[in-house]
Design a binder for this molecule. Structure first.
Ligand code: HEM
Ligand code: HEM
Length: 184
């Protein structure tokens, strides 16, 4: 009997694709947020932006716990050899780091503006330090820059997965897709 090919577990795939959705939704809403009319609509936009961002963190934590319990399959041997494997590891590590850093700097931005962090609208964590306009401006710029770096890196990572699939015709992308789609 041939062994079944290595692939990510179902929960790992679910965490991955939900993260993709929430990152792009938070990024999109972050970008249009400033153009929303001032007042209740902009407040609602910011509230939803923060809910999406909190969900990115929640998924990251669940995903890392799951990764610890059920380690991912070994890297797929590809035409790119050791250099490719090292680049993959470095990009994954950077993506994990940014999935944490972007929300953390987002929370710091809220606190610099003197606002409380609402945890899913259920519980408020008040700002631990006084409001400071200049710091808020700076941390917002850093939050935005890191969010853009996350999105650009994720797009390069997605492009690499597509090159593996369509050019090298290996299993890298298939390992992360739902089995129904891959049909194996
Ligand atoms: C708990 C998580 C997060 C919190 C608390 C948070 C908080 C904030 C705050 C306070 C702002 C500034 C809103 C304003 O004053 O106009 C902002 C803007 C923004 N956020 Fe987040 N955010 C979080 C997660 C994310 C994530 C995951 C992304 C995308 C990957 C993201 C992308 C952006 C972008 C692109 C902006 C626009 C920045 C600008 O216009 O200067 N945020 N966020
Ligand atoms: C916000 C967007 C994204 C983020 C944050 C992200 C993050 C990650 C991370 C952290 C891993 C490593 C999983 C592990 O082994 O622990 C991973 C794996 C993977 N991702 Fe993404 N990803 C994103 C979007 C995409 C997209 C759009 C695609 C496909 C077009 C994709 C395809 C893959 C594949 C195929 C793997 C497995 C790579 C391998 O087996 O070596 N990702 N992703």
């Amino acid at each position: 009997m041939t062994p079944s090919p290595a692939r990510y577990s179902r929960p790992a795939k679910i965490f991955h694709w939900l993260t993709v959705f929430f990152v792009f939704a938070a990024w999109g809403l972050g970008l249009v947020g400033e153009d929303l009319p001032r007042g209740s609509i902009r407040h609602l936009g910011e509230f939803i932006h923060i809910l999406l961002g909190e969900t990115v963190v929640l998924l990251l934590l669940l995903r890392l716990v799951w990764r610890f319990i059920t380690p991912p399959p070994p890297l797929e041997p590809t035409e790119l050899g050791l250099a490719g494997a090292l680049a993959t590891r470095a990009v994954h590590l950077a993506l994990y780091g940014l999935l944490l850093a972007v929300p953390v700097v987002g929370v710091v931005t809220l606190f610099n503006g003197g606002e409380a962090l609402s945890i899913y609208g259920l519980y408020d964590i008040p700002s631990p330090w006084p409001k400071n306009r200049e710091l808020k401006h700076n941390s917002k710029e850093i939050h935005e820059l890191l969010a853009h770096i996350l999105v650009v890196l994720a797009l390069l990572h997605a492009a690499a997965a597509l090159v593996h699939h369509y050019v090298f015709k290996d299993r890298v992308l298939k390992r992360m897709l739902p089995r129904l789609l891959v049909g194996e």
